[in-house]
Design a protein around this ligand. Structure first.
Ligand code: NAG
Ligand code: NAG
Ligand code: NAG
Length: 554
């Protein structure tokens, strides 16, 4: 049997060749410049006015339309009266955690100023989205779709959708604003109540239109941008052919309806091959009582507009709301091994099942009283944001900003508040096990990476669980769900240096401390080779203990 390091080395070598091959086209890499003004506006999608966050006056914000290897320059102009950051949910930001846009990597953009993100969609393809990352901003909008289109030389493994691509943002919605969420719930140790409804493209029931071209096939890129609720969507009278999940091409399978958990993205093909409607896109909440429903009108171009209010709502009788059904469906979402991703030699041929695991990180989420308040914890530590971004502290040598933890549950007397970072070696092949003993579904997202979702199971994880894993064609994605009283195991090849956020996609739980960072480095004090990690950007903002420092001054 081949040993893990050799396989990883071969993988790296293949990748290098691929990068060289792509190198020929480097002169053609496009630069995409956008200028985004972030402001407040008042909207009432469910009939109750709320202050929302718009981008260039739009809610949701504009599409960021990239092609593999494009270099994006996104100038974010913050006209809010508070600091702001955007993060790029699902993009791998290769070698570039400097532009990831979370508190651990970037100083917030102060009110009344601007900052330009620069990043490359290196070797990527697929559907992603951007969203605000500070506090509870994301519950007020500020999000929008990202497409990374395939280059013509690397075709997608399905016929080009002749009806075009449509971005469909779905999400739960709270009528109350962030200060109330904090003051009446999170900061006084109460769970957020059930959301007030489900929006489709920032709009309430029957307000959004999805227009299909008769006889043609469309790619719907569906993103759950909500605060926390798992959603299930269908297009009445039409099958959904699943083709992509967060940048990996899936085995193409037909579904009548599909789960999309908070923070996840999928692409489905929908062919307008029925009699001209009207039909509805129905989005139902999962695991919430009572069920919440979002509805958009599905119109055939030139066809009749439906009369509002006559859609058969909800999931319908045969479609159950159980965790077991949902887990079975999750296991059916698999990678198409003959064509996994944007790379000419896709990750799909990366035989992850044969690689020796260098390290297992076990993350147990919990809840505890910390400093007199109910907080969310990871291995007993509730994450506390530092005033100095961890990435800056690490590079500029500012001591005492974060604490390195083991990445395993530790016996400790009581839960504590801390800025916990897991130190990991570049190029290690790591298993991460998420254990959830709570009665609610959890979601976990890792920035800078996709991981193979190898296994899920009920109860406690043990090393023997490996015998139940999918070691062949597990899906490769960046946000995964962990069912109540269960575990999810993922494999990740740590081939992207930087300090990367690992967070709950439940905004309330993240606000209460369910997040951490993984620092992927070569373990030396030297400044990384720019081939492994890009240098600190010349426009990097400085704040906290790094405010008056410059490179080399620490
Ligand atoms: C996105 O970019 C591609 C490639 O440049 C282009 O063909 C397409 O029309 C663009 N789509 C939108 C909606 O701007
Ligand atoms: C702010 O925007 C201006 C253009 O409006 C640009 O020249 C400048 O580089 C931006 N500042 C930063 C820090 O990105
Ligand atoms: C997998 O991708 C290939 C193209 O690379 C395609 O021909 C095939 O239909 C796909 N298989 C499935 C099950 O989706």
């Amino acid at each position: 049997m081949m040993n893990g390091e050799r396989l990883v080395a071969i993988f790296a070598a293949v990748l290098a060749v691929v990068i060289l091959m792509c190198g020929a086209a480097d002169g053609e890499n496009r630069y995409v410049f956008v200028n985004w003004e972030v402001s407040y506006a008042v909207r009432a999608p469910l009939g109750v006015a709320k202050r929302v966050i718009t981008i260039n006056g739009r809610f949701p914000g504009p599409l960021l339309n990239l092609t593999t290897n494009d270099v994006a320059h996104v100038n974010v102009v913050n006209t809010l009266d508070e600091p702001f950051l955007l993060t790029w949910n699902g993009l791998q930001m290769r070698r570039n955690s400097w532009n990831d846009g979370v508190t651990g990597t970037n100083c917030p953009i102060p009110p009344g100023s601007n900052w330009t993100y620069v990043f490359q969609a290196k070797d990527e393809v697929g559907s992603f989205f951007y969203r605000p990352s500070l506090g509870l901003h994301a519950a007020a909008g500020g999000h929008g779709p990202i497409r990374v289109n395939n280059r013509p030389t690397v075709p997608a493994p399905f016929p080009h959708p002749d009806g075009g691509d449509l971005d469909v943002l779905i999400g739960d919605w709270y009528n109350m604003d962030a200060p109330r969420m904090r003051a009446e719930y999170l900061d006084v140790g109460r769970d957020l109540p059930s959301p007030d409804g489900v929006l489709v493209h920032g709009l309430g029931p029957y307000e959004a239109d999805v227009t299909l071209q008769p006889g043609r096939t469309h790619r719907l890129r569906v993103h759950n941008v909500g605060a926390r609720t798992s959603l299930r969507f269908r297009v009445q009278g039409h099958a959904l052919l699943l083709v992509e999940a967060e940048g990996a091409y899936t085995q193409q399978r037909r579904y009548a309806a599909l789960d999309v958990h908070a923070g996840q993205s999928v692409s489905v093909l929908v062919t307008a091959d029925q009699r001209p409607g009207p039909y509805y896109l129905v989005v139902s909440s999962l695991f919430v009582q009572p069920e919440l429903v979002g509805v958009a009108n599905v119109l055939y171009a030139g066809g009749r507009r439906p009369k509002p209010g006559n859609a058969p709502l909800g999931r319908g009788g045969g479609d159950d709301d159980g965790y077991a059904r949902s887990m079975d469906e999750a296991r059916s979402v698999r990678m198409n091994l003959t064509c996994g991703a944007a790379r000419p030699n896709p990750q799909g041929s990366f035989r992850y099942g044969a690689i020796r695991v260098d390290r297992t990180i076990l993350l147990r989420n919990g809840e505890a009283q910390v400093a007199g308040r109910r907080r969310c914890t990871v291995n007993g530590v509730s994450f506390a944001d530092a005033a100095t971004p961890l990435k800056l502290a690490d590079r500029l040598g500012v001591q005492g900003v974060f604490k390195v933890v083991s990445g395993r549950p530790e016996r400790r007397k009581r839960a504590s508040l801390g800025t916990a970072v897991i130190d990991a070696r570049y190029r290690y092949f790591v298993q991460i096990v998420f254990e959830n003993s709570l009665p609610s579904l959890q979601t976990w997202h890792l920035d800078g990476y996709s991981f193979f979702v190898a296994g899920m199971g009920w109860g406690k994880w043990t090393p023997n669980a490996r015998s139940t894993y999918n070691l062949v064609d597990a899906i490769y994605r960046s946000t995964v769900q962990v069912y109540p009283a269960s575990w999810t195991a993922v494999f990740v090849s740590l081939d992207n240096e930087g300090i990367w956020n690992l967070r709950s996609q439940d905004l309330g739980r993240r606000y209460l401390g369910q997040e951490t960072y993984i620092k992927v480095s070569q373990g030396t004090m030297e400044v990384p080779d720019p081939r492994d990690e890009l240098p600190m950007p010349s426009n990097a903002l400085l704040c906290g203990k790094a405010k008056s420092l410059k490179l080399g001054q620490a």
